[in-house]
Design a protein around this ligand. Structure first.
Ligand code: ZN
Ligand code: ZN
Ligand code: FE
Length: 748
């Protein structure tokens, strides 16, 4: 025993409940022979440890650094209190409170320990599809309320058997207080239904493996919703899935049985491998390998596949039994949100799925798979399962009042915030139908309860027709803050990096409501989280027929030809007329639409059947060896990126029979150079060395890589969204950051 006895009180905040933190503290204290206690309370975990002074130091050093895998220690503060001679260490009962703000953990992939048990014939959970422990398993998707305790999860109707209960109550057990703990005796079970919804006899997994091999399409109930699965190499099955889902070209995600199998599908770098195996288990987009054993209909025209590894025990069993990579696509009809309620799935997927592999553990919150990419830099395309509801920080001093930010329209998320923390929701989807709107409003209520946020301030987009804006405007007794769409993109990026700015923001996307009521989307902003000025933009052109021009890139091709003084082909004359008249043709500076126009001009795609398709195919078409580019004018104050010369040159190249791949590559180089010149020039004018690149257009890897390369020699610092998407999935967080900064400035 060391000479000096000391007692420390430690307060740990962050994601520290329901993640095995107390047993971890118990073991650590036991190892160091310290007395004291640990308990959960409404703020997180409270610890008191007593023992030799140097041992206490060691405890305090090791406590955050060796925390269990799912724990996120946001803060740890400690103070010395007087020793009371407590010799043993105990886990004490939780203190019930009324203001819970201890975060709920995200859903987490099956851990290595559980996997060993899953495939161990001697284990009592051998091949049990719902095996989990404190280090893994469902969390966010099964939680109905807080505190995180079994009665407030969708496991409430299952009563633990004696063996499970013993694990649950044993502080030294890996399943101590694992709320979804279960076994074949007492937990959820699988069942198999036919396409007509009637039960099918026999072992469900055996039957599904056989059916998949025979070319069936199977609806599989997963963690956050249903997937539709079929063999990835089965041309007929994949084509049937496409036809039945009414999904023409949008790529399907794949689930590979192992990392090795994934490497036979796509080219992976070290980070991509790490992401695939990470506890969040996202879909990773990576360049497809030409020899990949995958049906052509999986991702027509797309240069990448989205690949993931099994993340639930059911997936592990399914993939092991099937012995092949599967298509695993969200179970829905085009444009509808992913199905997650059993009756609803059976109803909506009738005629699509031949079999339904279901179980009796309800999903409380629908949560799609997250999507990430590692090249040219790590980006998130969809932040959802495995990441939500982890908190993000707001820039200091945070928000003086609790707030809600309603997000945009497409790829909607919402965000709740109080103090310095923001909770960005799972991917809600395109707010264009009743089902999605219901997810949105129910999701807001759910988050408000989970994180005890009663919004007094509500931030929203300026677009009056967005359902998210309408939702905000209908709320009573709250203060409203309207946030310009591209400012929200800029603010989101600055805020996630904790950078105060100001910066030059090149914010390129499809559509966002501008301060002047026109459709913005190729914006050069100067500003910080609190305020901005529009210091430049793409040359405005008409959007002939409004929203129809988004589905029909040839309309934009027509508009750009007219703007560039070129006579469009005869078949396009009515639309050229429309563009010239300005009727039903709002002006737009959209960069996304310029990419669409060029894709149509060079014959790559005249009409799209999913968002971004024309630009994706234009990027895919690029001939990488091509080094040329086109003229483009970047001049004026405010700065105008004027690509009319570019359009004329593209048209001349098309007439001269230059290949689409060469033109596409020259066009990318041209826009990249214009962007670099614009950013560098504006940074100098406004005396800043910081540039932000964001907006959905930068999901184009070639464009992003070229702009990053071009900016490198300028010495400017460049920020790109990393933890949130470049697309509109980040708008809610950006709105929250802007509103927080506005409110803080008012109260100062
Ligand atoms: Zn586990
Ligand atoms: Zn049991
Ligand atoms: Fe946007």
């Amino acid at each position: 025993m060391s000479a000096i006895c000391r007692r420390a009180r430690v307060r740990v905040t962050g994601t520290v409940q329901g993640v095995g933190f107390r047993p971890y503290v118990y073991r650590l204290a036991g190892e160091l022979s310290l007395g004291g206690f640990v308990l959960n309370d409404t703020h997180g975990v409270l610890i008191e440890v007593e023992g030799g002074a140097t041992v206490i130091d060691r405890f305090l050093t090791r406590l955050p650094s060796e925390a269990p895998p799912l724990a996120v220690v946001e803060d740890m503060v400690f103070e010395d209190v007087s020793p009371n001679g407590e010799p043993d260490f105990a886990i004490r009962e939780s203190v019930p409170g009324k203001m819970p703000d201890a975060p709920v953990a995200p859903d987490t992939a099956t851990c290595p320990d559980c996997l060993v048990e899953l495939f161990d014939p001697a284990d009592r959970r051998f091949r049990y599809p719902f095996i989990n422990c404190t280090n893994c398993g469902p969390r966010f998707t099964i939680i109905r309320g807080v505190p995180y305790d079994r009665p407030l999860t969708t496991m409430a109707s299952f009563t633990m058997c004696a063996a499970c209960r013993a694990e649950y109550e044993d502080p030294t057990d890996r399943r101590f207080h694992a709320q979804p703990n279960a076994c074949p005796e007492c937990g959820p079970s699988l069942s198999l239904l036919g396409g007509d919804g009637r039960p099918v006899g026999g072992d469900p997994l055996d039957a599904v493996a056989a059916a998949l091999c025979a070319g069936a399409i199977v609806a599989v109930k997963g963690i956050g919703g249903y997937h539709l699965a079929c063999r990835a190499d089965d041309e007929l099955a994949v084509a049937a899935l496409r036809a039945r889902k009414h999904r023409e070209d949008k790529p399907f995600a794949l689930m590979a049985p192992s990392l090795g199998a994934a490497e036979s599908l796509v080219r992976l770098d070290a980070l991509a491998r790490e992401l695939l195996r990470s506890p969040a288990r996202p879909i990773v987009l990576a360049p497809r390998l030409p020899a990949a054993p995958v049906a052509g209909a999986v991702a027509p025209g797309a240069p990448e596949f989205g690949v993931m590894l099994p993340y639930s025990p059911l997936h592990h069993l399914l993939l092991a039994d099937a012995g092949a990579s599967l298509v695993m696509t969200s179970a829905n009809l085009s444009d509808e949100p992913i199905a997650f309620r059993d009756e609803d799935a059976l109803e909506r997927l009738r005629g699509i799925a031949d079999l339904f592999l279901v179980h009796d553990r309800p999903i409380h919150t629908r949560t799609d798979d997250s999507v990430m990419r590692t090249s040219p830099c790590p980006t998130v395309l969809r932040r959802s399962r495995g990441h939500v509801p982890a908190a993000l920080a707001l820039p200091r001093p945070g928000t003086p009042r609790p707030l809600l930010a309603c997000g945009a329209e497409l790829k909607n998320t919402f965000c709740l915030a109080k103090g310095e923390r923001a909770w960005v929701s799972h991917h809600i989807g395109d707010l264009e139908n009743y089902e999605t709107l219901r997810s949105f409003s129910e999701g807001i209520d759910h988050f408000a309860r989970l994180f005890a946020v009663a919004p007094e301030v509500v931030a929203h987009d300026l677009h009056p027709e967005y359902l998210s804006t309408k939702y905000a405007l209908e709320l009573e007794g709250v203060e409203l803050v309207g946030v310009q769409h591209h400012h929200a993109h800029l603010a989101a990026c600055l805020a996630e990096h904790g950078d105060p700015g100001p910066a030059i923001g090149a914010i390129f996307d499809g559509t966002g409501y501008g301060l002047d009521g026109t459709v913005w989307g190729g914006e050069l902003l100067y500003g910080d989280v609190a305020a901005f000025r529009r210091v430049g933009a793409l040359l405005p052109v008409p959007l002939p027929g409004g929203a129809r021009a988004i589905k029909q890139p040839w309309r934009m091709a027509c508009a750009w030809l007219v703007a560039s003084g070129i006579e469009p082909p005869a078949a396009w004359h009515p639309i050229a007329q429309l563009a010239r008249s300005g009727l039903a043709s709002p002006l737009t500076t959209s960069m996304g639409r310029l990419f669409d126009a060029v894709a149509a001009l060079i014959g790559i795609r005249a009409e799209v059947n999913y968002e971004g398709q024309a630009a994706i195919e234009l990027e895919a078409a690029c001939q990488s060896s091509e080094r040329g580019s086109y003229p483009v004018e970047v001049a004026g104050d405010p700065l105008v990126i004027d690509p009319r010369e570019t359009i004329r040159a593209v048209t001349a190249d098309v007439a001269a029979g230059v290949s689409a791949g060469v033109i596409a590559r020259r066009f990318h180089r041209t826009i990249a150079r214009a962007t670099v010149d614009a950013c560098a020039g504006l940074a100098e004018t406004h005396a800043t060395e910081l540039v932000v690149l964001s907006g959905g257009v930068f999901q184009n890897r070639l464009l992003l890589a070229s702009v990053l390369d071009g900016l490198r020699p300028t010495g400017l610092r460049v920020l790109v969204p990393e933890r949130l998407p470049m697309n509109d999935g980040a708008v809610s967080y950006g709105q929250a950051a802007v509103a927080a900064a506005t409110l803080s400035a008012e109260t100062r």
